[in-house]
Design a protein around this ligand. Structure first.
Ligand code: SAH
Length: 360
């Protein structure tokens, strides 16, 4: 039964249910287009505002669909223009997402899972393991919620899948959500402005390559050898750096997109001259960018940020070895914008002002 409360459909469902519903209700084809326009261009927040739809249809839509399945539990704004949302899902769990303003860029950082199973020892998102994958409509809703934070004349320009969770452990839902983000009648963001960040799951990287959209791939490496990486990124034990590099190389061959390797610099752990030399060797002659991210302290964890001197030394060695290197700029530090931190605060009820943060 369409109007049964039990069968209400998430409006941002990616399975074609809106089209099916319109067909079942004998609506002309252009209705889907009109509704899409309201959702993705006009930033509607309810069916009432869809004034070019007959009132009866608006009412029926409201009976059949949930406009939102999420709520905004917290909305934090940083002095540097960064905004962070703590989003409450319909099972009462929480995820985070961020809007970053940088020149003309309006980048959003979106979560793919509640928690994370990868267990990277320095990351706040995975401290309590993974609860579940996000459904594709929950990923799209984060994007739309962040779009609504923009000034009316501004548009979202970039998406990074660098929020909570491992996107390639939920690859089907992530790809379905990104289809909406990149569709001309969706958010209209070029796939070349979308980056999927992964701990490095070779089978899923292959799948992504086969999907055929020129998304950017960022691999979180964090160590130049398996001995160290096994300690920092426990899932590496079963995978190994070489298998990840091979999959990333194939991704580059197929997509033509320059690879990014992320390297969180932990003071006294992976920031030595030897590590920088070994990393240079590993990435020599690759069309790759290495994105060095000085560790952003997570309350309760034993790791420390690297010293200015070791950051500079690490960068110098990479550059001398002709590796393209970029340092990640801190943003949103006053609103705990690093992934997983705000949700953790919610759980542990630490006040936002006590926390230090960094965005992706
Ligand atoms: N699971 C994906 C997305 C994670 S978030 C991945 O592993 O890539 C994106 C990046 O932020 C990853 O490189 C992650 O290792 C890094 N990160 C996590 N916690 C951090 C912290 N406290 N300080 C700096 N970077 C962090």
């Amino acid at each position: 039964m369409q109007n049964d409360v039990e069968s209400r459909i998430p409006l941002f469902s990616t399975s074609g249910s809106l089209h099916d519903w319109l067909a079942a209700n004998q609506q002309p084809k252009f209705r889907a287009q009109q509704i899409g326009q309201w959702l993705y261009q006009n930033r509607a927040t309810g069916f009432d505002s869809m004034t070019n739809l007959p009132l009866a249809i608006r009412q029926q839509l409201a009976e059949s669909f949930d406009f939102w399945t999420t709520e905004i539990a917290k909305h934090l704004k940083s002095n540097d223009g960064t905004e962070k949302l703590l989003v409450k899902l319909d099972d009462n769990s929480h995820v985070e997402c961020v809007l970053l303003r940088d020149g003309h860029r309006r980048t959003i950082c979106v979560s793919s899972q509640v928690g994370c199973a990868m267990g990277c020892v320095f990351c706040a998102s995975g401290l309590d393991g993974v609860k579940r994958n996000l459904d594709s409509h929950e990923i799209v809703e984060q994007m739309i919620r962040l779009q609504h934070c923009l000034e009316p004349q501004q548009r979202l320009s970039h998406i990074v899948m660098m929020g909570m969770g491992e996107p390639l452990a939920n690859v089907d839902n992530v790809l379905a959500a990104l289809d909406v983000a990149t569709a001309a009648d969706g958010l209209g963001i070029s796939p070349r402005r979308v980056t999927i960040s992964t701990v490095g799951l070779p089978a899923a990287i292959e799948k992504l390559a086969g999907y055929g959209k020129p998304y950017n791939l960022a691999v979180s490496l964090h160590a130049p050898n398996d001995l160290l990486r096994n300690q920092l990124v426990p899932v590496n034990d079963k995978i190994g750096i070489q298998a990840i590099i091979d999959a990333a190389d194939r991704y580059f061959e197929i997509s033509g997109r320059r690879l990014t390797f992320e390297y969180v610099l932990l003071g006294g752990v992976n920031d030595s001259t030897d590590c920088a030399m070994e990393l240079s060797e590993l990435l020599r002659n690759k069309s790759a960018l290495i994105n060095v991210i000085p560790y952003n302290p997570v309350p309760g964890l034993p790791w420390v940020s690297p010293s200015e001197k070791s950051i500079a030394n690490f960068g110098d060695i990479l550059r001398r070895n002709k590796i393209n290197v970029k340092f990640r700029v801190r943003k949103g530090s006053d609103i705990a914008a690093a992934c997983g931190q705000l949700r953790r605060q919610q759980v542990t009820e630490i006040s936002a002002s006590q926390s230090i943060g960094q965005t992706q």
